[in-house]
Design a protein around this ligand. Sequence first.
Ligand SMILES: [Zn+2]
Length: 261
Amino acid sequence: MARHQSKPVKIVYSREMEKRYPTNPVENPDRVSLPAEMLEGLEFIEPIPADLEDIARVHGPEHIGRVKTSGLYDAAVLAAGGAICAAEQAVGGDPAFALIRPPGHHASSNRAWGMCFFNNMAIAVQKIRPKAERVLIIDIDLHFGDGTVSIFRGDRNVKIVNPWSVDENFEYLNMDQSRYLAQVKEAFLGFDCDIVGVSAGFDTYLEDWGGLLKREDYREIGKAIREGSEEECMGRRFALLEGGYHPDLGWCIKSFIEGFR
Ligand SMILES: [Zn+2]
């Protein structure tokens, strides 16, 4: 595939993401408000909440009912709507980063944990599926994206790669930065995709729980995914914020976007 002129990344964000809701205090509004300030200068797009129909493509009625009674529904549907917005931008040829919370990759169809409620990535992917059938999901969060994997199990048109930092049993693995980056690049091998979605968690950061990746490593990861998408799917790519809890989160996101741009 010919290389395409790279366009600047659009940031999907709403001040509504800064609202407080009942969750673990580490998953707080600063996680999005501070990065949003740092990204001023890029084009911002205001998302709308996902429809119930969009949520119901992925989650069962019991799970949706539980989220509704938890006081989290408005926040969760807005995050999912942000994910859809980013994916639709990417389908249209504009790379996008959704600065959203709560995260989503631990949410499966009928269960959620780990500060996740609705699976933003799966909801976005199912929404754009008519236009982008084959989807590569690269999950760079420290934690294994068990919810996303369970939702797409058996779907041969979706490939999910969790570069190893912790395994499926959440055991920490020995890893270094270069091996991690190599796994990101290898994600593109052996699978023709129409679009790439990144579950962009930043808790593998050196000062965060994972203790592995430096800020500049995120630039290299973003660049590797941009280049892979330019080779494989005309540069169609989007990223959704997942975890990342250190005050340097904004720097990590900024660095990622410098490569992903
Ligand atoms: Zn995580």
